[in-house]
Design a protein around this ligand. Sequence first.
Ligand SMILES: NC(=O)c1ccc[n+]([C@@H]2O[C@H](COP(=O)([O-])OP(=O)(O)OC[C@H]3O[C@@H](n4cnc5c(N)ncnc54)[C@H](O)[C@@H]3O)[C@@H](O)[C@H]2O)c1
Length: 320
Amino acid sequence: MKIMVTGGAGFIGSNVVDGYIREGHQVIVVDNLTTGRRQNFNSDAVFYEMDIRSPELRTIIEKERPEIINHHAAQTSVPVSVNNPLEDADVNIKGLLNLLEGAVSSGVKKFIFISSGGAIYGDIPGAPADEEHRIEPLSPYGVSKFASECYLGYYRHQYALRSVILRYANIYGPRQIPRGEAGVVAVFMNNLLNKIPSVLNHYPEDPDGMVRDYCYVKDVVRANLIALSDTVEGIYNIGTGRPTKTIELYRIIYEAVKEVMPDLPDYLKEPERAPARPGDLKWSCLSVEKAKFQLGWTAGYSLSEGIRETLKWWKKKIGK
Ligand SMILES: NC(=O)c1ccc[n+]([C@@H]2O[C@H](COP(=O)([O-])OP(=O)(O)OC[C@H]3O[C@@H](n4cnc5c(N)ncnc54)[C@H](O)[C@@H]3O)[C@@H](O)[C@H]2O)c1
C-alpha cells in the first residue's frame, strides 16, 4: 500500500513509518522538522521536507497519489497552545484542512488522524474514559484536536472520505525527546542516566503527582497497522486502561536505571517536588475496550517492560 505519513520524522510518526516499511508498504513522509529529526528518518521512505500548510503539499499528494494519509504532524505542546492559540490552530486546523482538500482531490481512500484522549476528555477522575465520554478540552491544543475530528466527520459526510481516529494516551518509547509533560518518561530517564535530580509536579492534595495512562510506542505502531485495514473505521482510544501516578512511574524508571547503573546515588531515589503547572490534568486514563473487542488490539507491553526497552535505546543514544 502507498501511505503518506505526516510528522514521520517525529517521535511516534517515525516509529509508525518504520512499522509500515517493515510490513512492506511504500511510505512518503512529509515533515518540516520543527520538532522532528533527520536521524529518525527511514531511508526507505520518500521524504518531503515541507510544512503541512504549504500550498505545494497538494501538488505532492496529486503526484504521489497515496491510498492512505496517516496524519501525525501537529503542534503538540499544550503550553504553546495556551500561549499562542493562533499558532496552534494554524498548524493543527489549517494544516489538516490543506491535507484533507488534497486528499479528496487526489482520491485518497482513507485518512488516519491522530487525536489525544488526554487532551479532549479533560480531567476524568474515576473510571478510565471510553470513546463516549463527555468532550471537555481544557486547552487550545485539545480544542484543535477535537475540531479536527469534527472536520473529519464533515469530509466523510460530504466527500465519503473514510477515516480512523486514534485517540492516544501518553505515549513513550525510543526517540521521544525530553520536553514537556508528554515527555516525562524521557525527562526522568535522561536525568537519571546523567545523575541529575528530577522534578515531580503535583497538586497540593497529592504529593505523588498526577495520574496518566502510559502506553509503549511499539503497541501504538501495531494500532496504526491495524488502522490500515479496509474494514476499520471510526474512533478508538489507544492506551492501556491502567492509571499510573507520576511517583510510580519515577520509581519504575529509577529501578530500571539502577539495574544497569548500580552506582546510581541514593539521593536520586525520590524526585524533588514542585507545584503542578497551569493546565496540568489531575487524572487521565483511557478505556481501551472498544479497540480490544473491535480491532483485537491491546497494549502488549507492561510499563516496566516498555521502560526497559526504552532504556536500552537511551543507553545506546548517550553511549552508556
Ligand atoms: N506523545 C504523546 O504522548 C501524544 C499523545 C497524544 C497525541 N499525540 C499526537 O501524536 C502526534 C505525534 O506526536 P509526537 O509525540 O510524536 O510529537 P513530535 O513533535 O515528535 O512529532 C510531530 C512531528 O510533526 C512535525 N511537524 C510539526 N509541525 C509541522 C508542520 N507544520 N508541517 C509539517 N510537519 C510538522 C514535527 O517536525 C514532528 O516531526 C501528534 O499529532 C500529537 O498531537 C501524541
